[in-house]
Ligand binder design. Structure first.
Ligand SMILES: NC(=O)c1ccc[n+]([C@@H]2O[C@H](COP(=O)([O-])OP(=O)(O)OC[C@H]3O[C@@H](n4cnc5c(N)ncnc54)[C@H](OP(=O)(O)O)[C@@H]3O)[C@@H](O)[C@H]2O)c1
Length: 185
């Protein structure tokens, strides 16, 4: 018997194939393991899945999108001050996997359109491997958004603090998850 999560994942994969047939022919033309994996999970699950995936992730770009918030207090993050979720994940997967922090400062609702307030969303990206960041930047551009390379993986500390702040101000400023972080020159 399969796990209900696997059944839902399979159903989603089928739905995506129907909605994006061009992507399906692209997938069919490049069989084999994915070269990018996105951990779209809460932090504790992301860490657990990264740990258990082990060698299956070798050679891949692993995108960490999480905001490791302390959901008991909603008043801070659960990671050590001198680290970040992305760095903790990098530690458990080892150097064969290139971890990239991205998408944690953009809300899901706006990501589906790629824009907020009629301007392309900024997707802030941090990582230690340039080729891995380039790959994610290309993915971001293909969604009509603007990738911004903010530096090495340790910049994830600031990105996660930014993500936390962005979440924390939703209710007081009545933003209703429709706000975005835009870097203007
Ligand atoms: N939503 C946003 O706008 C947004 C924006 C930026 C970053 N993020 C980050 O993206 C991540 C996902 O956010 P979300 O809003 O999609 O959260 P969510 O609605 O809570 O979804 C979490 C998903 O993770 C699955 N999951 C939980 N524990 C798991 C485990 N141990 N093994 C496998 N799957 C597990 C859940 O499956 P079940 O339903 O079966 O439990 C669910 O499908 C979070 O880290 C969040 O901080 C979200």
């Amino acid at each position: 018997m399969t796990h209900p999560r696997d059944d839902r994942a399979q159903a989603l994969a089928e739905e995506l194939k129907q909605r994006f047939p061009d992507a399906e022919s692209h997938w069919a033309a490049s069989p084999g393991p994915a070269d990018v994996t996105v951990l779209a999970l809460p932090y504790d699950a992301a860490l657990q899945v990264a740990r258990s995936a082990g060698a299956a992730l070798a050679g891949q770009v692993l995108v960490d999108i999480c905001n490791p918030i302390n959901f008991s207090t909603m008043d801070g993050r659960v990671t050590p001050l001198d680290s970040s979720a992305a760095e903790e994940i990098q530690q458990v997967v080892g150097t064969d996997v290139k971890v990239v922090k991205a998408f944690n400062t953009t809300f899901a609702g706006l990501l589906t359109t790629g824009e907020g307030h009629d301007v392309p969303l900024d997707v802030l990206i941090a990582g230690d491997d340039s080729a891995a960041k380039d790959k994610i930047a290309e993915l971001v551009r293909s969604g009509a958004m603007r990738p911004l390379d903010v530096g090495p993986l340790r910049r994830a500390r600031e990105l996660e603090a930014m993500g936390f702040l962005h979440i924390a101000i939703q209710e007081p400023l009545q933003l209703n998850w429709h706000s975005s972080i835009k870097i203007l020159p």
